[in-house]
Design a protein around this ligand. Structure first.
Ligand code: SAH
Length: 249
């Protein structure tokens, strides 16, 4: 489908087909999916930095947003603040039937994760929001769930706890508590999902979190180097996973 302008795309979205909003932080994470879904760039709306792509795939309307670049630092926008703004704008503008947050993450060899492993989020929570005041403590941790996702979709990939924070590196305390959880099953560490889950829950919009592994937290390599080295492999795995998931929605 060729999209000549934004208004056409929006009015076509009023048809009966499902609208899927895919939120991906980084451009390099999104490129393989943009290509294989056959999405075209949509004009940028307003002054927010987000990039928009749209198209139709298997009879579903797809809108894919990336966080765009920070104009001052000239790097991709990542992290929770940007993710929640992007989710807010995307949900308000496109009223999706479902949001998919796709991206890369760190994981643990203790839980048998390897580079390119793909997971569907089960519990989605924050690991760096410590507010030791009664009530606020649990609020800080989050604990969102992927709600209203059909079992047929949930069963496509193994499930993992998704742990969100605003750093690529990890403190000793965070490493210790995540390593404990990794003994029980897969856990992935990334920088956006819980923020998006919070906005989706306010809007009562179903959310599916799909993460592929770029780096092994309990491995020997330095995270930033390992991330760069494996970004392409993991983004390719993410694209394959997205195609499978979209087919089942
Ligand atoms: N060093 C990178 C910066 C990427 S920030 C660069 O130079 O381009 C990391 C991005 O990948 C975030 O969007 C985050 O969600 C994801 N990510 C991958 N591995 C991660 C990890 N181990 N910890 C936190 N975020 C991770």
């Amino acid at each position: 489908m060729r999209i000549s302008n934004f208004t056409d795309f929006l009015s076509e979205s009023e048809s009966k087909s499902k609208t899927i909003l895919i939120l991906i932080a980084m451009n390099d994470e999104a490129l393989p999916a943009i290509k294989s879904l056959g999405l075209s760039p949509l004009p940028k709306q307003g002054k927010m930095p987000f990039m928009l792509y749209g198209g139709e795939h298997q009879g579903k309307k797809i809108v894919l947003m990336t966080s765009g670049k920070d104009a001052k630092y000239n790097v991709d926008n990542v992290g929770t603040q940007v993710a929640s703004s992007m989710a807010t704008v995307g949900i308000q503008q496109f009223s999706p039937d479902i949001v998919i947050n796709a991206g890369t993450a760190g994981a643990f060899s203790e839980a048998k994760s390897t580079i390119g492993s793909v997971y569907i989020g089960s519990i989605i929570k924050y690991h760096d929001r410590r507010i030791p005041i009664p009530g606020f403590e649990e609020y800080g941790k989050g604990d969102y769930e992927s709600v209203n996702i059909p079992e047929s979709v949930k069963n496509l990939f193994p499930q993992a706890v998704v742990s969100t924070g605003n750093s690529l590196d990890i403190t000793d305390a965070e490493r210790k508590s995540m390593a404990e959880l990794a003994k029980k099953g897969p856990i992935v560490k990334e920088m956006e999902a819980a923020a998006i889950a919070q906005v989706c829950s306010w809007n009562e919009t179903p959310l599916l979190v799909l993460k592929s592994v770029t780096d092994i937290i309990d491995g020997s390599e330095q995270t930033a180097d390992e991330f760069q080295k494996n970004l392409q492999i993991a983004s390719g795995a993410l694209q394959d996973a997205l195609l499978k998931v979209i087919g089942k929605i």
